[in-house]
Design a protein around this ligand. Structure first.
Ligand code: HEM
Ligand code: HEM
Length: 185
C-alpha cells in the first residue's frame, strides 16, 4: 500500500508527543494502581490498605478513559507511527493493550453487577440498583480481575526488562523512541 505521508516511517523514528505523554502518564497511574493492589493483597485491612484502597477503582477508571483516548489517537495516527522493533515487541504491546482494556472493564462490570453505587472524581458513575445482583458479572470479576491484573504486572516487568536489555546491549534506540530523542538519519 502506498504511504500517504511525505516521508516513510522508519524504526529509528520516535513516537509523537501525544503518544509519549499518554504512555508515561499511564505508566505513572499504573504504578499507583499496583501500589493500591499490592497493599490490598499483602496487608489486607492494615492502615496502609485502608489509606490506599479507596484510590484503586478511580485509578482504574481513569486508566480506562486514558486507554480509550490512546487507542483513538493511535487509530488517527495509524499511518504515522514508527514500525515495531521486532515481532516479539508487537506481540507484547498487543497483549498489553488487550489487558489494559479487559482488566478495568471486568472490574467495572463486577462493580455494576454488585448493584452498589460507584462514584469517582466527584461524579456518580453508577447509581446502583435494588434487587437481584447480576451474578455472571460478579463471577467474571471474581474469577478473572485479580488474576489478569497480576498477569499484566508480569508482562509489564518483562516489557521494562526488554527495554533495559536493549540498553545493556548498547541499543538505546528503543528507549529513545519513547523519550522522543531519536532523529531520522
Ligand atoms: C487497569 C486497571 C486495574 C488494574 C491494573 C487492577 C488490578 C488489580 C489487582 C492486581 C487486584 C488484586 C489485588 C489483590 O489480590 O488483593 C485487583 C483487585 C480488585 N480490583 Fe482492580 N484493577 C484495575 C481496575 C479496577 C477497576 C476499574 C475496578 C472497579 C471499578 C477494580 C476493582 C477491584 C476490586 C473490587 C478488587 C478486589 C478483588 C478481590 O478482593 O477479590 N479494579 N485489581
Ligand atoms: C517505567 C516503566 C516503563 C518503561 C521504561 C517503558 C518503556 C517503553 C519504551 C522504551 C517503549 C518503546 C518501545 C518501542 O516500541 O520501541 C514503550 C512502548 C510501549 N509501552 Fe512502555 N514502558 C513502561 C511502562 C509501561 C506500562 C506500565 C505499560 C502498560 C501497561 C506500557 C505499555 C507500552 C506499550 C503498549 C507500548 C507500545 C507503544 C504504544 O503503543 O504506545 N509501558 N515502553
Amino acid at each position: 500500500m502506498k504511504d500517504t505521508f511525505e516521508t516513510p516511517r522508519s524504526p529509528d523514528d520516535h513516537y509523537d508527543a501525544v503518544s509519549r505523554t499518554l504512555h508515561w502518564l499511564m505508566a505513572l497511574v499504573f504504578t499507583w494502581s499496583y501500589c493500591t493492589a499490592a497493599a490490598h493483597y499483602l496487608a489486607s485491612d492494615s492502615a496502609l490498605d485502608k489509606l490506599l484502597w479507596p484510590y484503586h477503582k478511580p485509578a482504574g477508571l481513569l486508566l480506562l478513559v486514558l486507554l480509550i483516548l490512546r487507542a483513538g489517537w493511535n487509530l488517527l495516527q495509524r499511518h504515522n507511527r514508527p514500525p515495531s522493533v521486532n515481532r516479539l515487541a508487537s506481540f507484547g504491546h498487543g497483549a498489553l493493550y488487550a489487558l489494559m482494556f479487559l482488566i478495568p472493564t471486568i472490574g467495572l462490570l463486577r462493580q455494576y453487577g454488585s448493584g452498589r453505587e460507584f462514584s469517582a472524581f466527584g461524579l456518580t458513575i453508577m447509581q446502583g440498583f435494588e434487587g437481584e445482583k447480576v451474578q455472571w458479572m460478579i463471577d467474571l470479576g471474581r474469577d478473572f480481575h485479580s488474576e489478569l491484573g497480576w498477569a499484566m504486572l508480569v508482562l509489564i516487568v518483562g516489557h521494562i526488562g526488554a527495554v533495559i536489555l536493549h540498553a545493556l546491549r548498547g541499543d538505546t534506540r528503543v528507549l529513545r523512541r519513547m523519550l522522543g530523542k531519536v532523529r531520522r538519519v
